[in-house]
Design a protein. Structure first.
Lengths: 324, 285
């Protein structure tokens, strides 16, 4: 069976006054049904652009190259209408901020039934029933009353559950979750992630979970792609990545997560420096200026994506623990 | 419902009552008792409060109250039709331009700016004097004048509301819930209808009410300039005749002026109120 999603050499650039801004550089990723991929990286590393580019939700100034295959069909040259037919029923997206991703002047019920009526051609009554079932499924208390409420009457966690209910309403094969928990507090975060994992198994969806938090992806993904400055710098099954990480960048990311066991007063390690200018193509490893293990070779030549065995790929001249 | 109405601010109550009153006059003109507006009576220039002529009569013997009641119909007709049609067209163009962007939007923006750069009174004046001109000494009929006036006012209104719709849509169309709805495969027209229109409606309604006031004033101004509706058939027209007799029968001028002023104030206040209250849900977020 062909994978649900296969990206080959996907690159995205934006036409800006300062020149071409390379947001995503030749990313290759494969995802099977029911599988979940975590895309991790700091702000500006191209995570969100990658997921929006895959769906085709990019502004006009964006230039996309490479191929996107969905269930074995190349959809990269689809017209706007053909792509739109896939949205909702094939691919759906959960947005970062549930405060802004719901229309403030329409009732939850209307927003939830909209795609059921428009995309699945359900009649009003059936859509209403399905919507209530969905609300129950995402564990909204008193779904009947919820249908009549406006978004401002709900908490952030509730709104994100509504967003999830809308996204899975048309049974998509592929779900993109773009930082679904960033706007939520930690306890709610855990519940929402748990819900996403359950739904993924229930509907056998493939999922891409975009986040800047390695802790979030650890328990909820099968594989992880670490992105830096538009490149996938490490790509491995989740267990493999955490037990045997190769990239100094991944290590630095992990170190910068606050931990309970560190004594009070300890400074949280940060990754010094900034991302390189995405409009310039400088030689060498893009992480060289911030890397603790940097050598002259790193500054001169950009490392290729190396296969380290066990489906573990990394982009480094001097991987931690040495090359295998 | 009446209970809730009494709790509203005084200005809202006054303007609502006034607007309903004017609409009532406009609709039920023919059923109201009193002298006909276009028939001269024996009493010339009687002051207000005289028996049979509550608002007095003009120097030519026309009953002022009857004129006011009759004038309401034309003012309402001109204002409502031009704002509804012009506003509808303008809103549609503005929303689609801002939503689809690209060349269409650029052209629309340039055209709107060009239209707005012509003073509306001058535009109406030019259109009426060309399309409803006096030919061979026979002035154009009043219905033709009204028709041309409505057309010219529609042209005036389109860019006013179009620009508001465009800017409001620009603000909303980049919001995440629009992208979210798009990502579920919703059609553009459905998104416009269900997500954009409800959000831009408060702004459009407020400016729409304001535009009604503008239209009523333009109609009055045209009459005073001598190219509007003649013979006292509208408030502006009554004003245009009455001002020559200001020193003898000032009530001839005062009553239509008061009507115009109250109506414009009411529509403006009403628009503001509608906007402030429809925006409440948004401001709570």
């Amino acid at each position: 069976m062909s994978p649900v999603l296969k990206l080959t050499d996907l690159s995205v650039s934006f036409n800006t006054p300062r020149g071409m801004l390379k947001a995503v550089r030749s990313v290759t990723i494969e995802l099977n049904a029911g599988e979940s991929l975590g895309v991790v990286g700091e702000s500006g590393s191209g995570k969100t652009v990658l997921s929006r580019a895959t769906m085709g939700l990019l502004p006009r100034t964006a230039v996309r190259t490479g191929t996107v295959e969905y269930l074995g069909t190349d959809i990269s040259n689809y017209s706007a209408k053909e792509v739109r037919d896939l949205w909702g029923t094939g691919m759906a997206m959960i947005f970062q901020d549930p405060m802004t991703a719901l229309n403030p002047v329409r009732r939850i019920g209307d927003q939830l039934t909209e795609s059921l009526v428009v995309r699945l051609g359900m009649d009003k009554k059936a859509a209403q029933e399905k919507a209530i079932a969905l609300l129950k499924r995402v564990r909204i208390p008193d779904p009947d009353a919820m249908m009549r409420k406006f978004p401002y009457q709900l908490s952030g966690g509730m709104r994100q559950r509504i967003m999830i209910a809308i996204a899975v309403s048309c049974n998509p094969e592929m779900l993109f979750a773009d930082e679904p928990t960033t706007a939520l507090d930690v306890t709610v975060q855990a519940q929402v992630l748990e819900l996403l994992s359950e739904l993924r198994k229930e509907f056998n969806m493939a999922m891409i979970l975009v986040t800047h938090d390695l802790g979030v992806v650890a328990g909820h993904t099968d594989k992880i792609a670490v992105m830096y400055a538009g490149d996938v710098v490490e790509y491995a099954p989740t267990r493999q990545l955490f037990s045997n990480m190769k990239m100094p960048y991944t290590e630095a990311l992990l170190k910068s997560i606050p931990r309970l066991e560190t004594p009070t007063g300890t400074r949280l390690p940060v990754i010094e420096g900034r991302l390189p200018d995405p409009t310039k193509d400088e030689p060498g490893c893009p992480f060289a200026n911030r890397c603790p293990y940097v050598t002259d070779k790193c500054r001169a030549e950009k490392p290729p994506l190396t296969d380290g065995g066990n489906n573990h790929f990394y982009r480094c001249w001097y991987p931690i623990g040495g090359a295998q | 419902m009446l209970n809730r109405f009494w709790k509203k601010p005084l200005g809202f109550k006054l303007s609502t009552v006034w607007i309903i009153f004017i609409l009532f006059l406009a609709i039920f003109r023919d059923l109201l008792p009193g002298p006909a507006w276009d028939e001269s009576t024996e009493a010339l220039g009687v002051s207000p409060g005289s028996p049979g002529h509550f608002f007095g009569t003009t120097q030519d013997g026309f009953d002022v109250l009857a004129g006011i009641i009759n004038g309401a119909r034309l003012s309402v007709l001109v204002a409502v039709t031009s704002v509804l049609i012009g506003g509808g067209i303008g809103t549609f163009i503005g929303i689609t331009a801002a939503y689809f962007k690209g060349k269409y939007d650029k052209v629309v923006n340039v055209v709107f700016n060009m239209m707005l750069s012509i003073p509306n009174l001058v535009l109406s004046l030019a259109l009426i004097s060309v399309l409803a001109a006096t030919k061979d000494g026979i002035p154009a009929s009043d219905s033709r004048k009204v028709f041309v006036m409505i057309i010219s006012l529609i042209i005036v209104i389109i860019p006013i509301l179009g620009r508001i719709a465009r800017s409001a849509t620009l603000q909303w169309s980049t919001r995440e819930f629009i992208i979210a709805s798009k990502s579920m495969g919703t059609k553009d027209m459905t998104i416009i209808k269900k997500h954009i229109v409800p959000n831009v409606a408060p702004a459009i309604l407020a400016i729409g009410f304001f535009a009604i006031g503008v239209v009523i004033i333009v109609e009055g101004s045209l009459s005073i300039l001598g190219i509007g509706i003649a013979g006292g058939a509208s408030w502006g027209s009554m004003l245009a005749i009455g001002r020559s007799y200001l020193e003898f029968s000032p009530w001839e001028t005062y009553f239509p002026v008061a009507c115009i002023a109250f109506t414009v104030l009411s529509t403006n206040y009403f628009g503001d109120y509608v906007r402030a209250n429809l925006d409440k849900r948004e401001s709570k977020i």
